[in-house]
Ligand binder design. Structure first.
Ligand code: ADP
Length: 468
């Protein structure tokens, strides 16, 4: 089976969030099952900085082979040779519609150039949303794509690629598609909406989120069209790439460890405290947070419980970047409590690994969470997650107090600072019972969320679609 996997960010070339992790790992897992798979993404500036040799095909395309998979890059210095992927400090790039229309259009030229006849084109999020549309319009009669089917994976429904109608002509499509059955969304162009309508199948990254997005509360205005396509919507949970996220092999952490060498986890804790300027102590309860600073991630809840953390002599290391208002909020909070809160407002891969390894508990007070990777990574590092029950978090984290069998973390079910704090406090109580805590740490380290199982589900879907 021939598959093209198309994503606007892919580890190890470009990353702002979980999409990149997925796009970097799923193709590799599918390759293990014998799929002929290639990955296509934009040639951003950071692609050149990834220290992997890239070969030029011509002025428009380049490629490299990485871990046995071929990665192709769409070149255009004007559009992609920039500091950010989608924007900079001042906000989103104003020409994002042009940039990603260009990308989606060149995508087809690339497949023609390398003569790759795909059975499946697997698109991800709005940046690749024009591909299913172009396939069913401009490329409908091309021999190369006559049997090609498309899948769209939604990693976060809240990001839809909304643009002013005045930019419509940039996409090179007939005006007739700007309608209620096409791009039109409250007078604007909505790329994700069109992608949902034009794709053969839609997936999202957990079963619970697949249910949630059909409701008004989580549907972000697209619940109506998703409901219409619900027999072609599937939730498949993300996996973790254990070749990157495994404390027994992790080159970024201070000392590698596994269940048999948990003293080294304590070493990581002390070293993290030292790096972050916190008092060094094995006995202090150390919390970690790594994530985009966006409303979804519950940053205000995090800010709201800082007083309690301080009263209970806990420490916290926060790593994140995102909306300016959350940078300001966290900055204010951290200035009040300099010695026990370490605030790192940046994207830092190495520090992220060190937090997963060094913290006792990992906080995810997300208002909603399509899948969430932090909790899955934390398990592997023996770091107990404290999460809100939603989406992928509710599919993967079970409260240790409630469910002794499946219990692997702490879950709060009412979205309030009080309940969040209670969940942290329950984790803290267990932490003080050293042997019970150790048992839980060992248990979660043994859990597996490898890509193998999820890749099998995608493969089943690909096979099913091919027959239709
Ligand atoms: P989302 O895709 O919504 O941002 P996920 O939990 O699915 O959230 O994935 C987030 C990924 O990005 C994880 O691998 C996490 O470690 C990483 N990450 C998020 N923020 C940062 C940061 N500031 N520095 C380093 N890694 C980060």
């Amino acid at each position: 089976m021939k598959i093209v996997f198309c994503s606007s960010e892919v580890v190890p070339f470009a990353k702002t969030g979980g999409l990149a992790d997925v796009a970097g790992a799923l193709p590799l897992a599918l390759k293990q099952f014998g799929c002929q798979i290639i990955v296509v993404m934009p040639a951003y500036r950071c692609v050149r900085e990834a220290n992997i040799k890239i070969n030029k095909i011509n002025n428009d395309f380049s490629f490299c082979e990485y871990k046995g998979v071929k990665f192709y890059f769409i070149e255009n210095k004007n559009y992609f040779d920039r500091v950010g992927l989608y924007g900079d400090k001042t906000g989103d790039y104003k020409d994002n519609l042009l940039r990603f229309s260009f990308f989606c259009s060149k995508f087809f030229n690339l497949l023609e150039e390398i003569d790759f006849q795909p059975d499946i084109i697997h698109c991800n999020d709005w940046q690749t949303g024009l591909i299913p549309v172009y396939l069913k319009t401009k490329y409908m009669n091309k021999q190369l794509f006559k049997d090609t089917k498309t899948i769209l994976t939604i990693h976060n429904l809240a990001y839809q690629g909304l643009f002013d109608k005045s930019q419509y002509s940039l996409m090179g499509l007939d005006e007739k598609f700007f309608s209620i059955d096409g791009f039109e969304f409250y007078g604007k162009i909505n790329l994700l909406k069109a992608a949902i309508l034009f794709s053969d199948w839609i997936t999202t990254v957990s079963e619970d989120y697949a249910r949630q997005i059909l409701t008004k509360e989580f549907g972000c205005g697209l619940e109506g069209i998703l409901l219409k396509k619900k027999d072609r919507l599937l939730g498949i949970i993300n996996g973790v790439d254990y070749s990157i996220w495994d404390p027994s092999k992790d080159k970024f952490i201070f000392k590698q460890y596994d269940v048999a060498s948990l003293d080294n986890k304590s070493y990581n804790k002390i070293s993290l405290q030292k790096q972050c300027g916190l008092a060094e102590s094995k006995d202090v309860f150390l919390l970690g947070f790594v994530g985009r600073l966006a409303e979804q991630k519950g940053i205000h809840l995090l800010a709201d419980i800082i007083d309690q953390l301080k009263e209970n002599h806990m420490q916290i290391v926060i790593l994140g970047t995102g909306e300016q208002k959350y940078h300001n909020l966290l900055q204010q909070v951290s200035e009040r409590y300099p010695n026990f809160l370490s605030l790192n407002l940046k994207f830092d891969e190495v520090l992220a690994h060190r937090i997963y390894a060094g913290a006792d508990s990992f906080l995810m007070p997300s208002r909603y969470e399509p899948c969430g990777l932090g909790q899955l990574i934390s398990f592997k590092y023996g770091t107990i997650p404290v999460v809100f029950r939603t989406g992928g978090l509710s599919d993967t984290v079970f409260d240790s107090n409630k469910d002794t069998q499946k219990g692997n973390g702490f879950v709060f079910e009412e979205y309030s600072k009080e309940e969040f704090w209670r969940a942290i406090h329950r984790a803290f109580k267990l932490f003080k019972n050293k042997s019970a805590w150790l048992n839980l740490v060992k248990k979660v380290m043994g859990l597996s969320f490898s890509w193998e199982d999820s890749a099998k589900k995608y493969l089943q879907l690909y096979n099913g679609i091919r027959k239709t």
